[in-house]
Design a protein around this ligand. Structure first.
Ligand code: DGL
Length: 263
């Protein structure tokens, strides 16, 4: 554990972290809710995917990135990655209890509230699917619903290269989901990359299946946490700045980041 101080400065940026570009689906909700805030987005695409690595490795990398954000002077952190959240958020809260830190988790609760007796598919990375955190979430909120976890290795890679609508992606999705066609009420997108391919999920499963993701809930939660600590910028028409960094330094990643943010 490093000797890093928690920043108590309203004007400091909020850090948003993902294994790559998926967290942009959370960032866009944050920008809508808190347009005056400066946001510092960091994607670790050089080490992606996280979802097929060991929990220890993901925990170590996530903690080290969060410590860098604190050293840079960020006032709060959003772990916009379900995989990194399930591996590291509890440990980070123990290490830095004063830091406003919010992780994203699969939106099982709202899906079950909408379909208490429904068939609900949870799509996520292999690590998220096999973690205690998801089992606990399903035990706590699953109630009478039939909640079906589905590991989707390989799906995030499409989004990482900007492939969000192609015959190849559609074929991949059909293979992944064909056995559920006509059998579902709802789908929970439990990886922040997946909202960018929601259209293809809908094409395969049909429009009658409702899709849930945790982006808006996570944005609301960091807003609440910062507000509670007097760290929100309020009553201003100022437009916040968005800074993007990635462990792969390429123009292609920068262009894709802005493209996804506008989607
Ligand atoms: N975007 C990440 C998530 O929400 C995972 C993608 C990966 O495997 O790195 O789980």
């Amino acid at each position: 554990m490093k000797n890093i101080k928690v920043v108590n400065d309203k004007d400091a940026p909020i850090a948003i972290f993902d294994s790559g570009l998926g967290g942009v689906s959370v960032l866009r909700e944050m920008v809508k809710l808190m347009p005056a805030e400066d946001m510092y987005y960091f994607g670790d695409s050089a080490n992606a995917p996280y979802g097929t690595k060991s929990i220890d490795e993901v925990r170590r990398m996530t903690i080290s990135h969060v410590e860098e954000f604190m050293a840079k002077g960020c006032k709060g952190v959003v772990i916009a990655c379900n995989t990194a959240t399930s591996a590291a958020v509890r440990r980070l809260r123990e290490m830095y209890p004063e830091l406003p830190i919010v992780g994203i988790e699969p939106a099982v609760k709202p899906a079950v509230e909408a379909y208490p007796h429904g068939n609900i598919l949870v799509m996520a990375t292999p690590m998220t699917i096999h973690q205690e955190k998801l089992k606990h979430l399903i035990e706590t909120y699953g109630g009478e619903a039939n909640v079906i976890p589905l590991a989707c290795p390989g799906l995030m890679d499409f989004v990482e290269v900007g492939n969000v609508d192609s015959p190849e992606l559609k074929g991949f999705m059909r293979d992944l989901l064909y056995q559920y066609v006509g059998k579902l009420d709802a789908v929970v997108l439990g990886c922040t990359h997946y909202p960018f391919v929601a259209k293809v999920v809908r094409e395969v499963l049909g429009d009658e299946v409702e899709i849930f993701d945790g982006g808006y809930g996570t944005a609301k939660e960091i807003k609440r946490r910062l507000g509670e600590q007097g760290l929100l910028i309020e009553n201003t028409t100022k437009k916040g700045e968005i800074i993007f960094e990635n462990s792969i330094k390429s123009q292609q990643k920068i262009d894709l980041f802005w493209k996804l943010l506008k989607m």
